[in-house]
Structure formats: C-alpha cells, structure tokens
Design a protein around this ligand. Structure first.
Ligand code: COA
Ligand code: AMP
Length: 636
C-alpha cells in the first residue's frame, strides 16, 4: 500500500487501522477495542489491554531466540569507553535493577526520577522502572537543582536513580551535589536514591537514603515483567510551557508501544537487527522514543553516544560512529549539523570514513534550514528527511514515510501528516484557512495512540493549554501552512516557547528568574536568531531606581542566576539594561517587535504602541550586543 491509502485508512476506520497495527505488540491481554472516547474530549487508546513495555522492548526478543543480538552500543568519545550489550544481557541487567527497586518497596504506579548522563545504565533504569509498572520521569542533566526540585515536587517519586556525574567537554559536572541540593529545596523527599558511581566524580552517599547501584542489586531476586493496563502511564516527561512550572507530559503505555513500533519500519525504514542512532540525550523526548524505546521495541540496535558533534574529538566523530557501528539511520537536530558544517564546511572529515551503510538522515527538534539540508545532502549523499513532532506526541506528526513510500522531498517542509493525525491550519476564529495561508496548526481530536492523554496531575491545565482555544482540536503551539499537495510548513511558535539548539525553553520561565533579582524592576526575554543554535535567549532588564550596582554587575548576576536556577541548558548569556520596555497602550510587552528588530526583519510599527521612541532605545541596546545592525528595521 502507498502512503495515501494508509493515511486514508487511518482516518476512515481508525478502529481497524490501529487494532491491526497493535498486532506488532505482545499483549498479556489483547484489548477489545482501540479508541476509548467515553471521556471525550479526553481520549485513550487500548484501555482494556494488558501489556508490559519492558517485555516488548527486551524479553520478547530473547524469547524469540534473538538474545545474542546487540541491543545497545555504548560509545563515549568523551571518556574513551565503548561496549556492547546483547538483548540477553540487557534482560538480566534490567531484571536485576527492577529487583532492587522492588526490594526498596517500589511498585506499580510509583514514580522513579532518573537523573543520569549518557550511559547505558540510563536505559537500564528506564526499562527496569517500566518492568515493574512504575512510572519514570527522566530529567536532563543540564538542568539546575532548582528545576530538579520542581520536578521532584510534581512527580513525587519514591526513588531517584542518578549517576554521580555527567561529563561535558573539558569539565565534569557533579550531579550528586545538584541532586542533594534539589532534595533539600523540594518539599517532597524520595525514600531511596540509587547512585551509579562514575569514576570521574565519586559521590558521597547519604546513609539510610542513598545506595550504590551495585550494592543495591546485591542478593536481590531478579523481577519478572508486571502487566499493566493499556492506559497506565509509562512515563512523565516535563517540557517547557509558558510559565516557570513545566508541563508533565504523560505517556500512555499501550499506545506508546503500538505507535513507536509502527514508526520504525514505516517512517525510518529499518528492519530488526539493523543499527539505528538517535544522537540526542535521554533527557529529551527524542532520547526517550528513539534512543531507548522504539529501537528496542522493534528489535534494533540502538546507540548511546556520550559526546558532541564537534570537539569530541573533532567534526568527524559522527562519521566515525556511523562507520564503526554500521549505522543505517542517523537522527539528530539540525543544530548538530550546523555545528559540524561550521568546523568542516568542505566536509573533509566525511571523506575519511566509509559511510556506505548509512541510508538516511532524519532531522527534527527545530526548523531545518535549507542551507543545512543542502550541505548534509551534498556531503553525505543520502536523503535528508525533516520531520516534525513534539514532546506531547512522542513521535512524528508529519514526516516523509520512506518505509512506505519515499514521497518527493520539498526543502523547508517536514512533508505530510502521519496516520491518525488530521492536521488543520486554523485562523484565530478556528476556521480552516486555504492552502498557502498561514495559521495556527491544530490536530483534530482524537490524537492517535501514544500521544499525551493529559498532563500529570493537571487535567485542567491540559484542557486549558491544548483543547480550549480551538474546541475539538489539539493546539500544537506551532504556526504554519499547508501547500496544495498537503505538505506542511512549520514557521514559528505561537507562544513564549523558544528553541535553543533543539532544546525547548520557556521565555516566561526565564522572565520569572530575572524578575527575582532584587535590582530588576521589569524584564522581558526574547529568542533572537542564532546561526548555530537556531535561537538564543536575550534578556532586557529595567532596573529599580536608586540601585547602587553597575549595569555590568546586574547583567553578570542575571546570567549567573539563570544558570543557577534553570541550568546551563538555558544558554542564557545575552542581557542588557534598557530604560523602558516597549509596550502596547494596554501594557503588553511587544516581544515580537523586539525580535524583528534584533533579527533585522521588517516590521510594521504597532498601532497600539505607547511610545515609538522606546523601540529606538531597544535598537541601541541591541547594537551594543552586536544585533540590529541594519537600518531597515522600521520599514513595513
Ligand atoms: N549535563 C550538564 N550540562 C550540560 C549537559 C548535561 N547533560 N548538556 C549540556 N550541558 C551544558 C553544556 O556544557 C553547555 O554549558 P556551557 O554554557 O558552560 O558551555 C550548556 O549546557 C549548553 O549546552 P548545549 O546546548 O549542548 O550547547 P553546546 O555549546 O555545548 O553544544 C551543540 C552545541 C549544537 C553541539 C549541541 O547542542 C548539540 O549537539 N545539539 C544537537 C543534538 C541534541 O542534543 N538535540 C536535542 C534534541 S534532538
Ligand atoms: P520538543 O517538544 O522539545 O520536541 O519541541 C517541539 C517543538 O520543536 C515543536 O512544537 C516545534 O516548534 C519545534 N520543532 C520540532 N520539530 C520541528 C521541525 N521539523 N520543524 C520545525 N520545528 C520543529
């Protein structure tokens, strides 16, 4: 069947379509139906099925006689470590850690927070949690203690599993002191912390609470998989919203298994046994879905890569990994390619390696700019597929489904809607606009299996954030258009979310941090265009009158404050003091106009601006930072 037929089948008879796709999964009890619309507009899938994620990702491959197949390749150019773990080995490691969790009283439905660097044990921790029907929440290592504390309080985990440290180029980041600080800050205190000691920074353990990873597993009984209901949460993954309180995206167990398994062949075109590499981090949704779950569920080999695209040791590291491990598909964010291209514009490193095994490059996480796509195509000589998705969906909303049919590639578009996604472009009143017209991108409910059914302990916020603006639709938060062939174009966010090196960050959360500085009276954070990271946050600060501190000191404080409160991942290094912020007469800060000035884009003078002179003050401040260097900003 071709893409169009498959897509139409998913739309005209979703029940049979998804029940058919569900055959790819081992059920303890097969569900009697796919969609559960009893609580519409809240939907669930495969509610009455019984299933286990870890069984499907690990044990079933061993049971099928593939225990000797490599499940995980660990490659850490940053430490020099390399190893391989077979499915059989993974099964015994996961069963053992699951046994340790059970021994500490963790059972189905309990939460386990995971704060680990890119080591295979991070996947073992996720799978062990899933094995016993507990719910993990992985927190990215680049977040500060304060962000970790917010997640501890929201997810209220009984246990934490952490590495003693993370390793970034040139420095070791001790995670354990950050974890201790977060537990001090949080109201909720986990009962147990299991710490994997990495030799680069051995952590001090708190007696009675902390256990060494190996000691915790000594003499425990390996545990079998616990069957859970189809709608049981597999995990919670926090992502940025418009405020400082992150959104806890809930991933439902059965839909997650069914949908991810389907994507491996149909979108990525890999067969079981082949090597699939997502160069991301387990702390992000790409890492959850495509470093850990999907490749393992589908019986592929996945790569845990601890390094950067450049500098570990050079811009050829990706090509070395592809050659050495015979990678068939690489998936990363465009920013990684921009980093490589900047260091090696002529692609000299590519020539040193045999990349004939690589068949496709997939990009996601941010807009894929045409220059980067062309460079990747020209140097790698493989199709470059842009695809669009979000933490909320867990897999692609739009892609080129090359495993079904390679559709023509249109540069600048992540191609077409995937099965189950009825993507519409709506105007402010919620009416569908014509092809080519820009609007808010919404998906007609229900969303397909595996997507978020709600936010953790925040059903009202889920409804308000996603289902209220356009009744009957899920609001993606992205704006864009569809062309006459049904190809989507993703142009911008409609909210305060910015995208820095493929990482989703909230300018609202950053403003909350800046506003907490005693000398800051008012502030705004915008995302300015950056050639490497796509966007960078920039802060505008109005100081309290009478402050005795210099502007430079206040800016330096604010940069440090952001690193301490949100973490280095915020990449907040640009800030400036301005006398006033540009606002509408009703007091709304004109962030969009400020972005246009910074990026030298034409803009219309907002009719409701309270005083146009303020925009000149903003431009002057931007010029000091090396932005807004052209004089065309005022022209409509
Ligand atoms: N633990 C602690 N700190 C971390 C961290 C972690 N796991 N990951 C990143 N950081 C720190 C970095 O050291 C850096 O700190 P610095 O300001 O002191 O230099 C800061 O957080 C920002 O990190 P990052 O955004 O990764 O920037 P970078 O300059 O180190 O690297 C790229 C830039 C483009 C090479 C890198 O972002 C990259 O490879 N991105 C593409 C892949 C990807 O991860 N995509 C995610 C979604 S698919
Ligand atoms: P995250 O939830 O961190 O994966 O971020 C999701 C957001 O990243 C989307 O809502 C988009 O704004 C952006 N994004 C992801 N993939 C793409 C893409 N292929 N093209 C454009 N923007 C993208």
């Amino acid at each position: 069947m071709q893409y169009r037929e498959i897509y139409e089948a998913s739309m005209s008879d979703p029940e049979s379509f998804w029940m058919g796709v569900a055959d790819g999964i081992d059920w303890d009890k097969r569900p009697s139906r796919a969609l559960n619309a009893e609580n519409a507009p809240l939907y669930e899938w495969f509610t009455d099925g019984m299933v286990n994620t870890c069984w499907n990702a690990v044990d079933r491959h061993v049971a099928a006689g593939n225990g000797d197949r490599t499940a995980i390749i660990y490659d850490s150019p940053i430490t020099g470590a390399k190893s391989k773990i077979t499915y059989a080995d993974l099964q015994s490691r996961v069963a053992s850690l699951a046994g340790a969790l059970v021994a500490r009283g963790i059972t189905k439905g309990d939460r386990v927070l995971i704060y680990m660097s890119m080591v295979p044990e991070a996947l073992v921790a996720m799978l062990a949690t899933a094995r016993i029907g507990a719910i993990h929440s992985v927190v990215f290592g680049g977040f500060a203690a304060n962000e970790l504390a917010v997640r501890l309080d929201d997810a209220t985990p009984k246990a934490v599993i952490a590495t003693s440290c993370g390793i970034e180029p040139g420095r070791v980041i001790a995670y354990k002191p950050l974890l201790d600080e977060a537990i001090d800050l949080a109201n909720h205190k986990p009962e147990t912390c299991i710490i994997l000691q990495r030799e680069q920074a051995i952590a001090t353990l708190v007696p009675g609470r902390d256990l060494d990873w190996h000691a915790a597993q000594a003499n425990v009984t390996p545990t079998e998989c616990v069957s859970v209901e189809g709608n049981h949460p597999a995990y919670i993954l926090y992502t940025s919203g418009t405020t400082g309180q992150p959104k806890g995206v809930v991933r439902p167990t059965a839909g997650h298994l069914v949908a991810l398994n389907w994507t491996m062949k149909n979108i990525y075109d890999v067969d079981p046994g082949e090597v699939f590499w997502a160069a991301s981090d387990v702390g992000w949704v790409v890492g959850h879905s495509y470093i850990c779950y999907a490749p393992l569920i589908h019986g592929n080999t996945t790569i845990v890569f601890e390094g950067k695209p450049v500098g570990t040791p050079d811009a050829g590291t990706f090509w070395r990994v592809i050659e050495e491990h015979d990678v068939k598909v690489l998936f990363t964010a465009p920013t990684a390619f921009r980093a490589i291209k900047r260091e090696d514009p002529k692609g000299e490193f590519v020539k040193k390696y045999d990349l004939t095994g690589l068949k496709t490059l997939f990009l996601a996480g941010e807009r894929a700019d045409p220059d980067t796509i062309h460079w990747a195509e020209d140097t790698l000589k493989v199709p470059v597929i842009d695809h669009w998705w979000q933490t909320e969906t867990g897999y692609a909303i739009a892609s080129n489904p090359i495993g079904i049919e390679k559709m023509p590639i249109k540069i600048g578009s992540p191609s077409v809607a995937m099965p189950g996604y009825d993507v519409q472009i709506l105007d402010e009143g919620g009416h569908a606009v014509s092809p080519g017209e820009l609007g808010a991108i919404a998906v007609k409910l229900p969303l397909p299996p595996g997507t978020l059914p709600t936010l953790w302990k925040a059903k009202d916020r889920f409804i308000k954030s996603y289902l209220t603006q356009f009744p009957g639709y899920y609001e993606t938060g992205d704006a864009g258009y569809v062309d006459g062939d049904g190809y989507l174009y993703i142009m911008a966010r409609t909210d305060d979310v910015i995208n820095v090196a493929g990482h989703r960050l909230s300018t609202g959360a950053m403003e909350e941090v800046l506003a907490s500085h005693p000398d800051v009276a008012e502030c705004a954070v915008i995302g300015v265009t950056d050639a490497l990271k796509g966007q960078l946050p920039m802060g505008f600060l109005c100081t309290n009158s009478g402050t005795t501190r210099s502007d430079a000191d206040i800016v330096a404080d604010c940069v440090k404050l952001m690193r301490d409160k949100i973490g280095p991942v915020a990449a907040f290094k640009l800030a400036t003091i301005v006398p006033r912020l540009p606002k509408t007469r009703s007091g709304k800060i004109l962030r969009g106009t400020m972005v246009k000035i910074a990026d030298n884009e034409p803009f219309k003078m907002p009719a409701t601006i309270d005083d146009p002179i303020i925009l000149d003050e903003v431009r002057d401040a931007l010029r000091v930072l090396g932005y807004a260097d052209k004089n065309n900003s005022n022209s409509p």
